[in-house]
Design a protein around this ligand. Structure first.
Ligand SMILES: [Cu+2]
Length: 116
């Protein structure tokens, strides 16, 4: 049983951004349900491409995120409770903070209009 869980975790890591510079729409399989204790915060920015308020998901074309070894890409992010997505629309430039746990699950914990 432990072996299967370890396999699933390593596969989840392998299917993320490979950091090879190739934009992709595959995303990194957000898994809000299995979010463990957040161990670090990573800030990033990008452009809003789509918002799904009911699912609490925002799709962002993000810039490279070196801390996550992610190339630039378009992907879905789930957001934590309390983040108001109604202030954003397609085309907005945003900066955001991801909380990331040890298994590299990630959620947006803060998002705001980019100032620059
Ligand atoms: Cu990505």
């Amino acid at each position: 049983m432990k072996y299967i869980i370890a396999m699933a975790l390593s596969m989840a890591v392998l299917t993320g951004c490979a950091g090879n510079g190739q934009p992709s729409s595959a995303g990194h399989s957000p898994s809000a349900e299995s979010m463990g204790a957040a161990v670090r915060e990573v800030s990033a920015y990008g452009f809003v491409t789509q918002i799904s308020p009911a699912e609490r998901i925002i799709n962002i074309k993000h810039a490279p995120i070196p801390e996550m070894n992610w190339a630039p890409m378009v992907m879905d992010f789930s957001v934590v409770d309390g983040v108001d997505l109604s202030a954003f629309k397609r085309g907005d430039k945003v900066q955001f903070i991801l909380e990331v746990d040890q298994a590299l699950n990630y959620q947006i914990k803060e998002i705001s209009a980019a100032t620059d």
